[in-house]
Ligand binder design. Sequence first.
Ligand SMILES: [Fe+2]
Length: 287
Amino acid sequence: MRFTLDGIVVKCADAAETEAGYLGLGCAAAGNRAVGAGIDTMLELGPGGESLPPGKSVDRIVFGVDDVSAAFDRLVADGVESVSEPRDGSAVVLGPDDLRIEIREGDRPAALPVGPDDLRLHHVCFLTTDYEGAEEFFISNFEMRKVYDFSKAGTAGFMFLADGAWDAEGHGFLLEVIGGPQFMTEQQAWDAHGPHYDHVCFSMSNVAASYDRGCKGGLAPMAHPRHYPEYGLDIAWLYDRDGLHVELLEEMPLHELREAHSSGVVENHWVDDVISSLDVIPFVVPA
Ligand SMILES: [Fe+2]
C-alpha cells in the first residue's frame, strides 16, 4: 500500500489573505486556494481558522492513497484511532498526540513550478510528546522511512521522515518530527500549545532574498536570516497571516537523504551539545 504526503490542510481566518502572503513569498497557486512551490505537495488554505490561536492553523496532513477504504481498514485494524470513516474518498485518523491525519484517494496533484531562488516546499513539522513513538507510528503505519536524524537518545531532537514515493525533485516533501518540550526555536510554541503541527518550511538557494521577498509580500518577520554552523545552512523565520511559523531553509545537500531513503540507513550524526548552546536560538525580531 502506498501513502504519499500530498497536502497540509490549513484553517485560515481569511484564506484569500493567507494565500496572498504565500504568493508574495513566491509560491504558485494551484487553484482552490492551494499553494506551493516546486513539488507536488500542496498547502490547502481554507476557512475555519477564525477562532484558532495564532500559530495553530495547520489542521491536518494528507496522505494520498489508492483505496481509502482499504487503507482505513488496515490502519484501524492495526490500532490507529478513527476520527471519521471513509466518505467521498476521504477519512481522518489520529496520529501521535491526537494529531489529525487525513487519507484521501483520487488523482495526485501535479508539481507546481519552482519559485524564485529555487523556492520549494520542503517539510511540515509537528511537536510531539513521544518522539520515539511518533517515529514508530509513521514507519509502521504509513510506510515512511527516516532519512535524517538529528537527535540524541534520551533527549530531544528532530528527524525527517519521507514517504515511500519521496524523490528529491517532484515529490521532495518531508515530515519533520520534533521531540519536545525543550528544543530550540519551538520552546515558546510548545509552552503555548503543547503538541501540534508547528510550522511549514520552504527551501531555497538564497534565504536572505526569500526572507526579504516574504516580508515585502505580506508575511511578518520572526527571525532574521543567519548561518547555523551545526547544520552548515542559513535559516530564517516568518509568520504567515494566521501566525503559523514559516521556516526558510537553505537547500540541504540531497545525497544523505537519497542514501538514507534507498538504503534505510541514516548516516548523518548528532552534533554534540547543540541543544545546550544558545547559539542555535535565533534572534527574534521584536514586535
Ligand atoms: Fe523545520
